[in-house]
Write a protein that binds this ligand. Sequence first.
Ligand SMILES: C[S@@+](CC[C@H](N)C(=O)[O-])C[C@H]1O[C@@H](n2cnc3c(N)ncnc32)[C@H](O)[C@@H]1O
Length: 271
Amino acid sequence: MTDGPGRLPVESEPRTLDLDRADAYGRSFADVYDRWYHDISDADATARFVARRCRGGPVLELGVGSGRLARPLAALGLSVIGLDGSAEMLDRCRRAAGPGSISLVRGDMRALPFRRSQRGSSTGVIGGALIAFNTLFNLTSEAEQFSLLSEVAGLVDHRGAIIIETIDVSPLLVGPSRSIGVRDRDRNGLVVTATRLDVEARTITGQHLEISDRGVSIRPWKLRWLTTDHLDRLTASAGLRLTERHGSWTEQPDEAHPDTHISVYRRAEGP
Ligand SMILES: C[S@@+](CC[C@H](N)C(=O)[O-])C[C@H]1O[C@@H](n2cnc3c(N)ncnc32)[C@H](O)[C@@H]1O
């Protein structure tokens, strides 16, 4: 590989990934996550929103990533457990948060490593759960999404809440099943995005091709989207009921921000 004028070094090992692995997202994005997404949403407002609703034990953040949300939660004095499938993401979280402030667990959302509370008991083992920034969509089949919601419903205290942030993916669903977008993601780089749509399976498989002064990186990803109607049906089958829906972490009405939905669910048999 030559790095002469006009030439860019290309990564010697392109990222070909099994996109259904629990660490697939982290392998694609851990090195750029904080640079690209540190201000994707209001992390302090998220922490305040969650702290007001989660009682009766620690807050479990599923897909804690680099700790963007877990750190402000811990700073409010909450006990936080962060689960993630990516060792790289967890390393970043550990380094940024400092030792001991967040309990980090490496695990797969498809097989949570926590023991449920006894059936029929109103006391849960967690005071609440946060599944933010489309993390639920990283599970790419309905069975996996349902299984996670059922597991979390069996863990949460009857006074607690399961808080799920999803985006409206309809802008990604127009046109033919392939699209290419180009955007500047940082000062010295450019990202070309190509996506492939499977309407029946409700999945979007994409590649971000990043071209920067560090070379060319291919960052594959896959998501399975849910509308709020789908989400409400799935959560109801998992024994949860919707108690609030907002369009932002500062509780603006859902209709005011049709691109973001923050849904709060509680145990169906709770108060
Ligand atoms: C979109 S990021 C969100 C990170 C963080 N919650 C935030 O808002 O900044 C999704 C996270 O979920 C993790 N993840 C994806 N699939 C997973 C799985 N099957 N099990 C555990 N973690 C998973 C990824 O490694 C990544 O850190």
